[in-house]
Design a protein around this ligand. Structure first.
Ligand code: GRF
Length: 212
């Protein structure tokens, strides 16, 4: 059984997709042992509570220094003993020591086709604003392992989404979530939980990989 800790900051629709996936059997062999939020008011926490999942919160604002927050964050995660950390709309910067401690055991969802529209400053609605500004016809989402860089880790799954000419950032964000994020995040977790994902250098090899 793969034990996962899910880190969130906001609405938690990706968390919900994971909870639903475990309940309806599209994600197998997986248990959520903790939902962590840096934001005490995140609606994601209500979703976790409704599903009977343990929650924990800690905000950098509660600590005198960033180092103290980082230590607390790492110790909260470690005490849940997850096999995998899932960043699902987590807006807090992940401490370097946590990245090192969970090499190839921490994944993130990013709402674009990496390496486009990613890196510093590309988060949330800003990603979709830049996509529309640039006028690309195709965007999407990416699930990747987390390394020391911003959105630079090995890519696990990607799903393209068409951009419409009358899209607003909000409309496009919703379509990317529905058509890409809520599908590839549960699928990536299921693949990892069943031992099918192998990192080879910067590439990820998936046993029996099929284009869906
Ligand atoms: C998603 O678009 C995710 O890709 C981005 O933040 C958003 C989180 O949404 N990093 P939610 O909290 O899962 O609803």
């Amino acid at each position: 059984m793969l034990k996962i800790a899910v880190c969130v900051s906001g609405g938690g629709t990706n968390l919900q997709a994971i909870i639903d996936g475990i309940q309806n059997g599209t994600i197998t062999n997986t248990q959520i042992v903790l939902v962590f939020s840096n934001n005490k008011n995140a609606y994601a926490l209500e979703r976790a509570a409704k599903a009977g999942i343990p929650v924990a919160t800690a905000s950098p604002k509660d600590y005198a220094t960033r180092q103290e927050f980082n230590a607390a964050f790492l110790s909260i995660i470690q005490s849940a003993q997850p096999d995998l950390i899932v960043l699902a709309g987590c807006l807090v910067v992940i401490p370097e020591e946590m990245v090192r401690a969970y090499t190839n055991r921490m994944i993130n969802i990013h709402p674009s086709l990496i390496p486009s529209f990613c890196g510093k400053g590309y988060y949330g609605l800003k990603v979709h604003e830049k996509v529309l500004e640039r006028g690309v016809r195709v965007t999407g989402a990416t699930v990747h392992f987390v390394d020391e860089g911003t959105d630079t880790g090995p890519i696990i799954l990607q799903q393209p989404v068409m951009v419409r000419q009358d899209d607003t950032p909000e409309v496009l964000q919703k379509r990317v979530m529905e058509q890409a994020e809520w599908k590839i995040m549960p699928r990536a977790i299921d693949l990892i939980a069943n031992g099918k994902v192998h990192v080879e250098g910067r590439r990820v090899i998936i046993d029996g990989y099929e284009v869906k």
